[in-house]
Design a protein around this ligand. Structure first.
Ligand SMILES: [Zn+2]
Length: 216
């Protein structure tokens, strides 16, 4: 990958991090963003406000988690990013956020079931909630990988959400979608126990998103 391509990727990560800050999708310094690059991935550093980030602040790690480039410590969730890039060839970008409604459902250990056809945009009939593990641990990374099996997003119990994409822009778009669905499901739960779409209907929706579901 040419140097210019890595510069471009660095700017894509910064743009997504700024989006988290300006839209409020992940409050304060919570969450993190990464993009796959030649030899590994670029991830936001730990402890720097998104609005203060510049492209050179990003940390470059290989797929074993070894430091390749950067002056700052990587995001505390670097193991989650490393595990996903190592196991999932389909992933080129990752957004992790502590968005309000996703957190509200994750606190209650709730999966997002097939209450709306858009749940299929995450790749399956539901969006799972991974069991709790301490932040920044290999155990949390393992739980997330399991919950993401056959999916592009999951909730993390008592923590937040994680969204994957072919690009970091796709991952950011999905993270917003997960937050929208979480809010809609939360509202429906205030009225009662929402009826769900059948597995057959969700399989149709998953296939439609798989074949022409990219955002316009
Ligand atoms: Zn987090």
């Amino acid at each position: 990958m040419a140097e210019r391509d890595e510069d471009w990727l660095r700017q894509c990560v910064i743009d997504a991090a700024l989006d988290l800050a300006y839209t409020g999708l992940s409050p304060q310094m919570s969450g993190n963003v990464s993009a796959r690059c030649e030899g590994g991935f670029l991830v936001t550093p730990s402890g720097v406000a998104y609005t203060d980030l510049v492209p050179d602040d990003l940390v470059k790690l290989d797929l074993e988690g070894n430091l390749l480039d950067g002056q700052l410590p990587p995001s505390s969730e670097w193991q989650m990013h490393t595990g996903i890039y190592r196991e999932r060839d389909d992933v080129g970008g990752i957004v992790h956020a502590h968005s309000d409604y996703a957190v509200s459902l994750a606190v209650m250990h709730k999966d997002i079931p097939a209450f709306h056809y858009m749940v299929a945009v995450a790749g399956g009939r539901d969006i799972r909630c991974a069991p709790y593990a301490t932040f920044g641990t290999a155990a949390l990374a393992d739980h997330a990988l399991s919950a993401l099996e056959g999916r592009k997003a999951c909730l993390l119990a008592h923590h937040g959400q994680i969204a994957l994409g072919e690009t970091v822009e796709d991952a950011l778009h999905l993270a917003h979608e997960v937050e929208t669905l979480s809010g809609q499901y939360w509202r429906a739960l205030q009225i009662g126990d929402p009826p769900l779409l059948s597995d057959e209907e969700m399989a149709v929706n998953v296939e439609k998103f798989r074949t022409y579901g990219r955002r316009s």
